[in-house]
Every structure is written in structure tokens, then in C-alpha cells.
Design a protein around this ligand. Structure first.
Ligand SMILES: NC(=O)c1ccc[n+]([C@@H]2O[C@H](COP(=O)([O-])OP(=O)(O)OC[C@H]3O[C@@H](n4cnc5c(N)ncnc54)[C@H](O)[C@@H]3O)[C@@H](O)[C@H]2O)c1
Length: 337
């Protein structure tokens, strides 16, 4: 099997690429090495993938006209995993244009490239932020989600809608994932666990938004990859060829399209996450409590009913094991300063 992974130098794309390569598949990785965070870390992730002979790297931007069409024409992948995006909730208040370029223009280019070179299954990353201000807990895929709180969330909701329209018109089976706060080795330097680790090791105070009471449905990276790989083998059927797997199913009535949460379904308070990090680092954090920034939600909590109906039960690594795995990686990569 040959997969195109966009965002392959990113946190999730790299982890997915490793697993696909280890399973004997070929992987074409497409990434722009955007400077949103440490480019050296992105280069190191790609270097890690390049140790495998089945990996081919392509450097390019989603929004460059023709770039994705060229890759698709040459690689002819069986599957496309679209993970490249301008990520981050808070940064969308600082540089909205980056979200328009990568997530709207870039995503339209991705759909056009898949239209020209159809694949067995297109899988794309959306976010728990898509639930926005509508959310009742747990967040169910069948809940109304029409009140995004940031341009990031709005761009991802738009991606879901755009993907549905293309699945309807051109028939490529498409699964959109809503991910919930993913963490683990090779993680993202803009996210709380990474920021806190760097600050605690430097002996600096950490800023705790939501005064520690915010809750996140933390998902360990390898559990997320297990779910993505299992779902990749279950492309949504055409409306004439199959029906919903359960009452929780989001299978479209007019397209081979489905939306699935990938989260553990067990939200944890931020202060409990910090406690687990202190234990793993064997250091105390000096906390500066701050209110929730605009655009952030107080809690995220995935309903996992549909995920489990589709792929059965999957590993669920608790924070008490996932955080030490992150800390081990961090210390081996950066040292303890
Ligand atoms: N990590 C999480 O907790 C989380 C949660 C919800 C959704 N997501 C989504 O999952 C996907 C992967 O997230 P991640 O955590 O690996 O983020 P990441 O920022 O580590 O990876 C994204 C990659 O895309 C690349 N990229 C950005 N803009 C590009 C462009 N215009 N052209 C080509 N490449 C570009 C970046 O260089 C980066 O390597 C994203 O779509 C993100 O929105 C992540």
C-alpha cells in the first residue's frame, strides 16, 4: 500500500508515517516545514522517517498551485492522510491569514488533487474545537456544531463541509476525524505539556489557563495512530451500498462520508495533568493562575461510541503512563535544561 501523508514533518504525521513504514507500506510525505514552531524539530522528524527506504519526502506548500496535483500524479497513492494544516487555537487570533492559506486555499487544492487522482480512502484531520460554543458533554458527532469560537475551528468546520461536498460529487470515500488534545513523544512545542516541561526544567513559572480547572480529553499519540489505522480500513460505503453502523453513526445519506471523534473519552483537569508531569519530572511547578484566553473552551470530552462501533475497543494509555513516555523522549532529545 502506498500512502500520501501531508504534514509528515508534524507531530501526528510523523507518528503515522513511522507506523505505516514499520508495517511495510510506502509513504510519500508532503510538508512545508512552516515556521510556526521549531523547524529543526520538524526536520528531525523527517530525518527519522527518511531512515526507512520506503519513505519519500516532498517539500511544498498546500496552497502552491499545482503542488499537490504533481505529487498525486507522480505518487499515485492508494490512501491520502491529510494532516498538514495551520494548527493551534490561540495563534488564529494572531495570524488569521495563515489559516486561510493552509486550511482553506490549501485544503481546496487537496480536494482538487484527489478529484483528479481518486484514492481508495481520503482521511483528514479536523478538531474537537469544531464543537465550539454548542457543545454538551460528551461531544457527540451527531450534535449540532455551528458556533466555532475561532478562525481555526471555523476553518476545520469548513474542511468538513468541503470534504462532504466532494465526496458527494466525486465519490471518493472520505473520513474526517475530530482529534482531542494529542500528546506524547515528538510532541508539539506550542502545546501545554511541552511548554510546561520546558519551563519546569528551566526553573521558570508556568501559566495555568482556566486556573487549573479546564479539562481536556488527552489522547496519547500511539492510541490515536491505532485509531487512525483501524479507521483507514473502514472507508464509508456509498449510500446505496451500506448503512449506518449504529444510531451514533454520521454516515451521510448522500455521500460516502463520515465524521468520527478520536479521543479517550476521559477528560482530565489541567491541574491533574500538571501533577502527573511533576511526578514524571520529579520537580515542583510554580503555577501562575490565569483566566481562560478568548477562544478556549473550559472542557473537551469525546463521545467514543461511534469510534468503538466502527473499530471495537482500542488501547487507552492513561496520563500516568503517557506523560512519563513524553518526558523520557523530551529528556533524550533536549537534555534536562
Ligand atoms: N495535536 C493535536 O492535539 C490536534 C488536535 C486537533 C486537531 N489536530 C489537527 O491534526 C493535524 C496534525 O496536527 P499536528 O499536531 O501534527 O500539527 P503540526 O503543526 O505538528 O503538523 C502540521 C504540519 O503541517 C505542515 N504545514 C503547515 N502548513 C502547511 C502548508 N501550508 N503546506 C504544507 N504543509 C504545511 C507543518 O509544517 C507541520 O509539519 C492538523 O490538521 C491539526 O489541526 C491536532
Amino acid at each position: 500500500m502506498h500512502a500520501l501523508v501531508t504534514g509528515s514533518a508534524g507531530f501526528i504525521g510523523h507518528a503515522l508515517g513511522r507506523r505505516l513504514l514499520a508495517a511495510g507500506h510506502r509513504v510519500t510525505g508532503f510538508d512545508a516545514f512552516s515556521p510556526y514552531y521549531d523547524v529543526a524539530l520538524k526536520r528531525a522528524r523527517h530525518a527519522d522517517l527518511a531512515r526507512h527506504p520506503g519513505f519519500e519526502a516532498v517539500e511544498g506548500r498546500l496552497e502552491t498551485p499545482g503542488a499537490l496535483l504533481d505529487v498525486m500524479a507522480r505518487a499515485k497513492p492508494d490512501l491520502v492522510f491529510h494532516l498538514a494544516a495551520q494548527a493551534g487555537v490561540r495563534y488564529s487570533l494572531i495570524d488569521p491569514g495563515a489559516y486561510v492559506d493552509a486550511n482553506l486555499v490549501g485544503f481546496a487544492n487537496l480536494l482538487e488533487a484527489v478529484r483528479a487522482h481518486p484514492v481508495r480512502h481520503l482521511l483528514l484531520a479536523s478538531t474537537s474545537s469544531a464543537y465550539g460554543g454548542d457543545a454538551q458533554v460528551p461531544f457527540r458527532e451527531t450534535d449540532r456544531a455551528v458556533s466555532p469560537l475561532t478562525l481555526y475551528a471555523a476553518s476545520k468546520l469548513a474542511n468538513e463541509a468541503m470534504a462532504h461536498s466532494y465526496a458527494h460529487l466525486f465519490g471518493v470515500p472520505t473520513t474526517a476525524f475530530r482529534f482531542f488534545t494529542v500528546y506524547g513523544p515528538w510532541g508539539r512545542p506550542d502545546m501545554a505539556l511541552f511548554l510546561f516541561t520546558a519551563k519546569i526544567l528551566a526553573g521558570e513559572p508556568i501559566e495555568v489557563f482556566g486556573e487549573g480547572a479546564a479539562e481536556r480529553d488527552f489522547t496519547f499519540i500511539e492510541d490515536l495512530i491505532d485509531a487512525i489505522l483501524a479507521l483507514s480500513e473502514r472507508p464509508p460505503p456509498k449510500p446505496t451500498e451500506g448503512g449506518p453502523v449504529s444510531a451514533a453513526d454520521t454516515l451521510s445519506a448522500v455521500a460516502p462520508y463520515r465524521l468520527v471523534n478520536i479521543g479517550g473519552g476521559r477528560p482530565v483537569r489541567l491541574d491533574a495533568m500538571i501533577g502527573a508531569l511533576e511526578a514524571a519530572l520529579d520537580r515542583r511547578a510554580e503555577r501562575v493562575l490565569k483566566p481562560l484566553p478568548p477562544g478556549d473552551v473550559i472542557r473537551t470530552h469525546a463521545s467514543t461510541e461511534l469510534l468503538h462501533a466502527l473499530v471495537g475497543s482500542l488501547p487507552e494509555t492513561p496520563l500516568e503512563r503517557g506523560i512519563p513516555a513524553f518526558v523520557d523522549w523530551y529528556l533524550s532529545y533536549y537534555g534536562d535544561q
